[in-house]
Design a protein around this ligand. Structure first.
Ligand code: SF4
Length: 427
């Protein structure tokens, strides 16, 4: 199927704003929230993530992040072995000893996260009390916070949500009006957005998380925040508890998504419409030009999202409205209806929206639909490829720079590549 010219491409679709949601509550096949450490430790450069967990947690982290080489690692695992209740006091002492040793050896660590996990010994430990106790002990040198990355409570992108939510109560207070971009973005993407906001005339722009512990943004009742990631429900709640207001927007994926995201902020800050259009015209045009050849490739192709990171709904919207793909089913581990309302309204009506996971039933639906492309976790990709279905690893979408105008072409390319590979293999 060849696509209509971009200018006449349909953008207004009947939508899935009120579509029923298929709720699945079966077996899950996703990483736990510890995975977030892999990108968070790169973002906050003087933080350390100490997982309080088992050998399994240590192995997960090592295999997920093992390819990264640092002079000194910025995450580690305090292994808590099985023990009876009487041994719990030792657990706390042991944790204190590990933290003391770490901070003595690594005085450059300014922010230490104690990250909870699933083993029952860890669940019995009160990590928030441990963080308070240790914060007092190390006051003036290192701030100590805690959050849970446990697979019982979090799927993998929710680890970032839990981490950022843990930062919010400690952010300095201000009455100044500022714009807060919320969500860990690669530095290069963050810099691009900052430049655009400056050109638009929005001066007081801060990012959560900041790149260094001592530079975390101030916030208060005059803070308006813009989510850069769709999986930050708890963080949003914590920000609103402190009086901040969310700017409702599409997420900044693709030329249109990024324009809408910036436009929502510009409107909230009273930026003149003509000035807005002039400012975004060139990068928006570049993004559209980058998408054109990929649209040729992807137009009319069907795509099935298995639940993984919560990026699924905005990405399906991008693929449908900007590239003409047909989303068959869009599965997400958790559907935040309020944050995703604009995205859902732009999905073609008839798209199945599912929340949660029941992997066998979902795989049956994939096999019945035979989509051109299935976006799924690592564990499901190989079997589906073996059955002749083209797949895209969802995790790549979390690890790659995909936000903003300059990354729009690369984002579309991530979906086009598996289809090209399939065509080559068929030759
Ligand atoms: S937190 Fe739980 S799910 Fe994650 S690696 Fe540790 S034991 Fe496994």
């Amino acid at each position: 199927m060849s696509p209509p010219p971009l200018a006449s491409a349909p953008i207004a679709l009947p939508g899935c704003a009120d579509a029923p949601v298929l709720r699945e509550r079966g077996q899950r096949e996703v990483f736990c929230g510890l995975t977030g450490i892999v990108w968070l430790h790169r973002k906050i450069q003087d933080a350390f993530f100490l997982v309080v967990g088992s050998r399994t947690c240590a192995h997960l982290l090592q295999s997920a992040a093992g390819v990264m080489i640092f002079a000194e690692p910025r995450f580690g695992t305090a292994i808590i072995e099985e023990r009876d209740l009487a041994g719990m006091a030792d657990c706390n002492e042991e944790l204190d000893r590990v933290v003391d040793r770490l901070l003595e050896r690594r005085p450059e660590i300014k922010l230490l996260f104690l990250v909870g996990s699933c083993p029952s010994e860890v669940i019995k430990l009160d990590l928030s009390r441990a963080a308070q106790r240790l914060s007092v002990k190390h006051a003036g040198t290192t701030k100590i916070l805690n959050y849970s990355g446990s697979g019982i409570e979090t799927t993998f992108a929710e680890g970032e949500d839990a981490c950022l939510a843990a930062l919010v109560p400690d952010l300095p207070a201000t009455e100044t009006a500022n714009l807060l971009i919320v969500g860990a973005l690669p530095d290069i993407v963050e810099d691009q957005f900052r430049r655009l906001f400056t050109e638009l005339g929005i001066e007081a722009v801060d990012c959560l998380p900041a790149r260094r512990a001592g530079e975390m943004p101030a916030m208060g009742p005059n803070t308006r925040y813009l989510l850069a990631q769709p999986f930050l429900g708890e963080t949003a709640r914590a920000l609103e508890d402190r009086g901040a207001t969310r700017i409702d927007a599409l997420f900044p994926f693709g030329a249109e998504g990024t324009t809408a995201w910036l436009h929502a902020a510009a409107t909230a800050f009273g930026i003149d419409e003509l000035h807005f259009r002039r400012t975004v015209a060139a990068p928006r045009e570049r993004a559209k030009r980058a998408l054109e050849p990929l649209r040729e490739r992807l137009y009319g192709k069907s795509v099935f999202f298995l639940p993984d990171s919560q990026l699924e709904v905005p990405l399906a919207r991008f693929l449908a409205t900007e590239l003409g793909m047909i989303p068959v089913e869009v599965g997400t581990p958790y559907l935040h209806r309020r944050h995703l309302a604009r995205e859902l309204a732009l999905l073609p009506s008839g798209t199945v929206i599912s929340e949660g996971q029941d992997v066998d039933r979902q795989l049956d639906r994939v096999r019945a639909a035979k989509p051109d492309l299935t976006v799924c976790g690592l564990g499901l990709a190989n079997p589906l490829e073996g059955e002749g279905l083209a797949t895209k690893w969802a995790i790549e979408l979390v690890f790659s720079p995909i936000h903003g105008f300059e990354q729009a072409g690369d984002l579309a390319e991530l979906f086009a590549r598996p289809l090209r590979r399939r065509d080559v293999l068929r030759l």
